[in-house]
Design a protein around this ligand. Structure first.
Ligand SMILES: NC(=O)c1ccc[n+]([C@@H]2O[C@H](COP(=O)([O-])OP(=O)(O)OC[C@H]3O[C@@H](n4cnc5c(N)ncnc54)[C@H](O)[C@@H]3O)[C@@H](O)[C@H]2O)c1
Length: 260
């Protein structure tokens, strides 16, 4: 256990599982006080309990698409753990539909969680970071948002929006000690992906699905898909003091899947 983050408070949305939780575990192991905000409050509390032996941790229920819930969760994290130094937006949902099969209700749900959600969080969290002259923001996007992906059009659109948002705010606050960056994962073995794959497997049948997996792996020069810790390691670096001169950047962590 290290101490690189021993004076830092971290808030991670979607921190109850997947990439958010892997990041929380790494930061807590390096001494950070971690708040996990998740729409699944019980899972957030259980995840925080799992982390507690490695450091202070707090589980909070919050839907990041709801301004009041974001406000309450941020206030509670600050009250219990101190001002937020590092913010990671990992919360997201995924849909698996052709654009022409989707409609306004699908788009609105996606955009309200995956794009408006980080906006609401940043509006709440950034002013104190600016006042204190230090802050790290890392938003999760997706390579789908960089190069597009069939059946993920409005998810990709939301993630492309996150990239534009982060770059723009990074320009606005560049001189205030606050950096904002995007980590853009390729296919990573988290509950999000595992659930989507289980759905596809059921639809395709075993033989077609096995062929799909083979062809997906061929797209990854590294020869394997990602694990949550692969992505968390990049987030932790961007959250560190060492990354002070990196801002407004998009880092694909993807085994070489695309090289945009
Ligand atoms: N896993 C992948 O292959 C992959 C690929 C590219 C990008 N990403 C991105 O990485 C991030 C993390 O993904 P993951 O795979 O760990 O997902 P995950 O589903 O395993 O975890 C996401 C968490 O977000 C929470 N959440 C969902 N909606 C929420 C809301 N409205 N408010 C608060 N919390 C909410 C969920 O309850 C869950 O705990 C996401 O932004 C995702 O878009 C993942």
């Amino acid at each position: 256990m290290g101490s690189e983050f021993k004076d830092k408070t971290v808030l991670i949305t979607g921190g109850a599982r997947g990439i958010g939780f892997a990041t929380a575990r790494m930061l807590a192991a390096d001494g950070a006080r971690v708040a996990l905000a998740d729409i699944d409050g019980a899972a957030a509390v259980a995840a925080a309990r799992e982390l507690a032996p490695a450091g202070d941790a707090l589980g909070l229920e919050a839907d990041i698409s709801q301004p009041e819930q974001v406000r309450t969760a941020v206030a509670e994290a600050v009250r219990r753990l101190g001002p937020i130094d590092i913010f990671v937006n990992s919360a997201a949902v995924l849909d698996d539909k052709l654009f022409l099969e989707s409609g306004p209700a699908d788009w609105e749900r996606m955009l309200s969680i995956c794009l408006r959600g980080p906006m609401l969080c940043l509006r709440e969290i950034l002013p104190a970071m600016i006042d204190r002259g230090w802050g790290r923001v890392i938003c999760l996007a997706s390579d789908a948002g960089r190069v597009g992906q069939a059946r993920l059009s409005y998810y990709a659109a939301a993630k492309g929006g996150v990239i534009a948002l982060v770059k723009s705010i990074a320009q606005e606050v560049g001189g205030r000690g606050v950096t904002l960056n995007v980590v853009s994962p390729g296919a990573t073995n988290t509950p999000l992906r595992i659930e989507r794959e289980a759905h596809m497997r059921a639809q395709m049948g075993e033989e077609r699905y096995a062929r799909r997996i083979k062809s997906v792996l061929k797209l990854y020069p590294a020869g394997r898909l990602g694990e949550p810790d692969d992505i968390a390691a990049a987030i932790v670096f961007l959250a560190s003091e060492r990354a002070a001169w990196i801002t407004g950047q998009v880092l694909s962590v993807n085994g070489g899947f695309v090289m945009p």
